[in-house]
Design a protein around this ligand. Structure first.
Ligand code: AMP
Length: 142
């Protein structure tokens, strides 16, 4: 199974932030969409970074004044991405080794989706359930 199977189920909607967006606005965006990260795109539409709730928590440790900082001040610029053809197990490996929970999906230089650890867990659970049903059917058939 690969990433395109996950995107086919969850859709390709991506929540985007500008590097100049104030952190306070980024928090509102994350909360209203009930998500954990925003992809940061520059004014030319190029991937500029990713900002997650962890970056924001770290920023706020310095004080509430961080709410007035910009997304660019706290985002991660070097973003690890995958393609629709990347296998689900390779994405799990990227997340485990990189210690992050979000991976943007790039196809032909274009951002086409985002896979989160929640999507991966959901996909794996469905896979395990279907394997279990197949084994039970096989045993029952005797
Ligand atoms: P997360 O676990 O996704 O909330 O992110 C933990 C940290 O990794 C934060 O500093 C994020 O900015 C960063 N991060 C999240 N996703 C990626 C990614 N795909 N590539 C590089 N860094 C990332």
């Amino acid at each position: 199974m690969n990433v395109q199977h996950i995107l086919a189920q969850k859709g390709r909607k991506i929540e985007i932030a500008s590097p100049d967006l104030p952190i306070a606005q980024a928090i509102l965006h994350l909360a209203s969409k009930r998500i954990g990260a925003l992809i940061v795109m520059d004014c030319a539409g190029a991937l500029a970074g990713i900002i997650s709730e962890r970056d924001i928590v770290r920023a706020l440790v310095a004080g509430a004044h961080a709410l007035e900082d910009r997304v660019r001040d706290h985002m991660t610029e070097l973003v690890v991405t995958c393609t629709p053809d990347t296998s689900v197990s390779d994405v799990m490996d990227l997340m485990t080794r990189g210690r992050f929970r979000h991976v943007p999906v790039i196809d032909g230089g274009e951002l086409v989706g985002l896979v989160s650890i929640g999507d991966i867990v959901k996909h794996r659970l469905a896979e395990i359930e279907s394997e279990k049903s197949a084994i039970i059917a096989y045993i029952a058939a005797g």
